[in-house]
Design a protein around this ligand. Structure first.
Ligand code: C2E
Ligand code: MG
Ligand code: MG
Length: 718
């Protein structure tokens, strides 16, 4: 039962009860009153008639009594009889007697006077007062008995008794009473009907009144329920329009107040949910939503538009070297410059149609996106990209210093580079990566080939994840040879992946992907564990007096406790620190000084050797080598391949060796492929060598054989 019906029923029930109680009370009061009135008027009428009768009887008795004085005095029986006969003529007279001063019957009007001499009061059962001088009366049953004492000069001679019948009067009274009763009954019936009718009218009126009353009470509540349901569905602008000053009006005001604050906090939540906290630009969610809308509009209007994926170059360096506060400032300033790089004509058109200007978003970190909905050709997008790169190239003045930063931008154009929001963004991202690979601080349009490469990378990434679990990875070992004795003094552990379908996959193709995806952390940990296991195997074979070097990526340095992992594994396999060596690339060393310096120091403190890999490719200086206190350098293969023919290369190699000598650290030449290479290096007094000329990287078992065979004699591979 709903609220209105319940209220209406209650109101109606209340009205019915009140009306019935009222009219019932009035009716019964009226009935009682009418009955009492009938009784009182009957009694009054009866008393009046009786009194009338008494007066009349007394008068009759008095006049006749007076006329009988002489007859009684003279004892004239005839006159007495005549007199009595004249009295008896009256219809209402039942009997009449004359009595003497003793109360004995003298005459009864008959000839025989059969009751002569009888004591009148005993005979008639009436009260006689023989001393009474006035007429007196008594009513016995349906009779009025009037006694008239007859006197002569105060001497009582006797008296006259007349018995009047009251039957006629009583009959009259009864009839009148009945008539009054009938009248009051008619009145009562009429009143009952009137009460019933009034009740009915009032009930109908109550029903008619209950509906609007309850409706006016229930309607706002019903509206309220409806609005609350709408709020439940997320419509916070719902308002209760009730202009009343009563409790319902106050409720409406309170409700509207509540929806206002709900709406405000909802807007705030929406803003937080859809905007980036730092720059207040739309975030990824809002960008995707907006991109979807721009896309469907472009589909309908058959227009082209572009998505620009912007990434600041080496932003991490700013964060790491100048701190996150400066990084945040830079991002804010960069966001202003990006927004400022857009001209009204770049974003007009579609913005007006969609009603919002959400063209610049921050996806997270140092990644921004731009939607250019109003381009005529892809060239327009490149103009904007150039402008952004130019604006961001201006130095940022942060913390009292100028900071410069490059920008890489990837561009996709609808519909050629994607027909849905996800692929437009993904392809712009791929193009941005390509811009970075091409040397950063430039823009790059997306091409299908990039997509193929990206897909191939994705495929490698997913199977690499499985490879770790399925034991598809192994370590191969390439000996490090001491020159000029040609003795194996160590080895480099190089990772190998045997894919069940694609066979051997080179680390050169999967390590960069592992680094991009962060998988390198898990792989790096596995390499440390595996190298320690293998070292343990070598130790068991009595071949452990050599150093095994593992390659460590820069990501591991920044994101992993490499020294702790190494220490744990050494302890687990009961190995000594100097048996495990580390190779880090020169470029990793240059990326970030503090972290790398700390790690190198920790490793050196444990007694481990740290080699600087691919030396010569990163332009690090002598001072760098001193600063980082590395154990040795490995000359990159690219300087060795032509060393026997290219004079400059030889000079460079020679310079590196002298530089290392000056620091008293050893040098390894990588990529010795032939005796000519070896000859030049020996000539330049290179300390160590590594290359296919001696041995390619081989499985542990083969490496053990190599060690065994070179244990007694110098290692020579011909
Ligand atoms: P790298 O550390 O500079 O390793 C030397 C690379 O040169 C190895 O390539 C090795 O097989 C190759 N090499 C050795 N001698 C010769 C030669 O005479 N001629 C030629 N052409 N190449 C030679 P590989 O094994 O393909 O590894 C490539 C790179 O992958 C490594 O360069 C290293 O940067 C990385 N890498 C390999 N294993 C790991 C690992 O376990 N962890 C990490 N983070 N990186 C690894
Ligand atoms: Mg290496
Ligand atoms: Mg190398």
């Amino acid at each position: 039962m709903n609220l209105q019906i319940r209220y209406a029923s209650m109101v109606i029930a209340l009205i019915v009860i009140i009306v019935i109680a009222l009219s019932g009370t009035l009716f019964f009061q009226f009935k009682d009153l009418t009955e009492e009135l009938g009784e009182v008027s009957a009694a009054k009428m009866k008393a009046a008639l009786n009194q009338q009768m008494v007066n009349k009887g007394k008068m009759v008795a008095a006049t006749n009594g007076d006329s009988l004085t002489n007859a009684l005095y003279q004892f004239d029986m005839d006159r007495m009889q005549n007199q009595l006969i004249s009295i008896k003529v009256r219809e209402d007279v039942i009997y009449t007697y004359i009595f003497d001063d003793q109360g004995k019957i003298l005459h009864d009007g008959s000839n025989a006077i059969s009751h002569f001499g009888q004591q009148l009061d005993t005979f008639l059962d009436v009260r006689l007062d023989l001393r009474q001088r006035e007429v007196y009366e008594q009513i016995i049953r349906e009779q009025l008995v009037v006694v008239k004492p007859i006197l002569i000069d105060d001497e009582i001679l006797g008296g006259l008794v007349i018995g009047f019948s009251l039957h006629a009067i009583n009959q009259d009274i009864l009839t009148t009473q009945q008539e009054i009763g009938a009248i009051s009954d008619r009145h009562i019936t009429f009143t009952a009907y009137a009460a019933l009718l009034t009740t009915l009218v009032l009930v109908c009126f109550g029903i008619a009144l209950a509906y609007p009353v309850t409706r006016s009470m229930v309607l706002p509540i019903r509206k309220l329920v409806q609005l609350v349901q709408e709020i439940g569905k997320g419509k916070y602008d719902a308002k209760l329009e009730i202009a009343r000053e009563d409790e319902i009006g106050q409720l409406a005001k309170a409700f509207n107040h509540m929806t206002d604050s709900l709406q405000r906090s909802n807007q705030r939540i929406l803003h937080i949910a859809y905007h980036d906290d730092l720059t207040q630009l739309p975030n990824r969610r809002l960008f995707m939503d907006y991109l979807g809308r721009v896309l469907s509009l472009a589909k309908r209007t058959k227009k082209i538009f572009a998505v620009l994926f912007i990434d600041l170059d080496d932003f991490k360096r700013v964060n790491d070297t100048l701190g996150h506060d400066v990084g945040d400032e830079l991002l804010k300033e960069a966001s202003f410059r990006i927004v400022g790089s857009l001209r009204a004509e770049d974003i007009a058109g579609i913005t007006a149609e969609i009603g919002q200007n959400l063209n610049v978003s921050r996806l997270g970190g140092d990644e921004f996106t731009i939607i250019l909905p109003n381009i005529k050709s892809p060239l327009d997008a490149s103009i904007v990209a150039k402008r952004i790169i130019g604006n961001l190239a201006e130095p940022f003045f942060l913390k009292q210093r100028d900071v410069t930063i490059g920008t890489s931008i990837g561009i996709t154009v609808f519909p050629d580079d994607g027909t849905d929001a996800k692929s437009m963004l993904k392809n712009a991202d791929i193009a941005m990566y390509q811009a970075k690979e091409n040397g950063k601080n430039q823009y790059q349009f997306f091409t299908q080939k990039m997509n193929d490469n990206a897909l191939a990378k994705l495929a490698i990434e997913s199977s690499l994840r499985k490879a770790l679990k399925k034991n598809e990875l192994t370590l191969h070992y390439q000996p490090k040879i001491k020159l000029p004795e040609n003795l194996i003094v160590g080895a480099e552990a190089l990772i190998r992946w045997h894919h069940p379908e694609n066979g051997w996959i080179s680390p050169a193709s999967f390590i960069p992907i592992a680094e991009e995806t962060g998988l390198i952390l898990a792989i790096g940990e596995w390499v440390i564990e595996q190298a320690c296991r293998d070292l343990k195997a070598l130790k068991i074979q009595g071949l452990a007096d050599i150093g095994i070097a593992i390659n460590v990526s820069s990501q591991q340095i920044h994101q992993q406790e490499v020294d702790t992992i190494v220490a744990l594994n050494l302890e687990l396999h009961e190995l000594d620190a100097p048996q495990l060596e580390i190779e880090i690339t020169e470029t990793a060393l240059l990326e970030d000084d503090s972290n790398t310096r700390d790690l190198l120091q920790k490793l050196r403190d444990r007694g481990m050797k740290v080699w600087l890999d691919d030396f010569g490719t990163g332009y690090s200086s002598l001072s760098h080598l001193r600063q980082f206190s590395v154990s040795g350098v490995k000359i990159d293969r690219s300087f060795i391949s032509d060393v026997h023919t290219n004079e400059n290369d030889e000079k460079l190699v020679s310079a590196i060796i002298s530089m290392a000598d000056s620091l008293s650290i050893p040098v390894i030449a990588e990529g010795i492929e032939n005796p000519q290479h070896l000859e030049v290096l020996v000539k330049n007094r290179c300390h160590l060598a590594q290359g296919y000329y001696f041995s390619p990287p081989v499985p542990l078992q083969d490496f053990m054989e190599l060690l065994k065979s070179s244990a007694s004699a110098a290692f020579v591979r011909h």
